[in-house]
Write a protein that binds this ligand. Structure first.
Ligand SMILES: Nc1ncnc2c1ncn2[C@@H]1O[C@H](COP(=O)(O)OP(=O)(O)O)[C@@H](O)[C@H]1O
Ligand SMILES: [Mg+2]
Ligand SMILES: [Zn+2]
Length: 199
């Protein structure tokens, strides 16, 4: 498992673009062997990683953390998590999970989701893009640090001001593929995906 010392000794570039695997509105994610390094693009990304670490510890103490991706390390610049395979898309898009019917959700995860949404102010916990799949085909929650309060007080104003991007699923104007595009405010007309040069 991850050892920051071992990586530093081997002078691994944590943010090598060749290892880029995903990006949200506040964190950019790179895979190194069996872990991911999530670079904080904005202070809000850092706040989410810290929230995740606290939520993880809270769930662990209640024995509800078996299908939650731990935060193995966090500092102001990045956080580290185990790597999980992505869920297959539906019609090229992420979709809302059915917590009751989805066979890939364990009883532990169902209880943890109830705890996070009812008692820990959790937000955006239905989107399949916030989950990975473990080696047994069960769902693992990977993105759970956004609270309703953080979303309303900080994320929305920053997105409206064009500081943080909103993520839309559209055709990239360069490669033509339907992808998640990062759009900064209403005036942003740049419809390129990250692979085609948009930051
Ligand atoms: N532990 C992980 N294993 C595999 N892929 C991941 C992992 N964490 C994040 N990703 C990928 O990186 C993307 C962005 O990470 P995420 O944590 O959702 O950032 P944000 O909080 O900015 O939305 C995810 O949608 C997913 O595709
Ligand atoms: Mg996300
Ligand atoms: Zn493109």
């Amino acid at each position: 498992m991850f050892s920051i010392v071992a990586f530093t000794q081997r002078s691994v570039d944590l943010f090598d673009e060749e290892n880029f695997i995903g990006i949200g509105s506040t964190r950019k994610v790179y895979r190194i062997e069996d872990v991911v390094v999530k670079k904080h693009l904005h202070e809000l990304g850092y706040m989410q990683s810290v929230n995740e670490q606290n939520i993880y510890n809270d769930l662990l103490a209640k024995d509800l953390a078996n299908n939650i991706a731990p935060i193995l390390f966090v500092n102001g610049k990045f956080a580290v998590q185990p790597f999980y395979e992505a869920l297959p898309l539906q019609n090229g898009e992420t979709y809302d999970l059915d917590w009751k019917a989805d066979q890939r959700i364990t009883t532990d995860l169902r209880q943890a989701l109830a705890e996070i949404s009812e008692n820990l102010d959790g937000f955006d916990l239905k989107d399949s893009g916030n989950y990975g799949i473990d080696s047994e085909g069960k769902l693992v929650l990977i993105d759970y640090g956004m609270t309703k309060k953080l979303y309303e007080d900080q994320w929305v104003p920053l997105a409206e001001a064009g500081v943080l991007p909103q993520i839309y699923f559209e055709h990239c104007q360069v490669c033509g593929q339907e992808k998640e595009l990062r759009i900064y405010g209403e005036a942003d007309r740049d419809r390129r995906c990250v692979a085609c040069g948009k930051e």
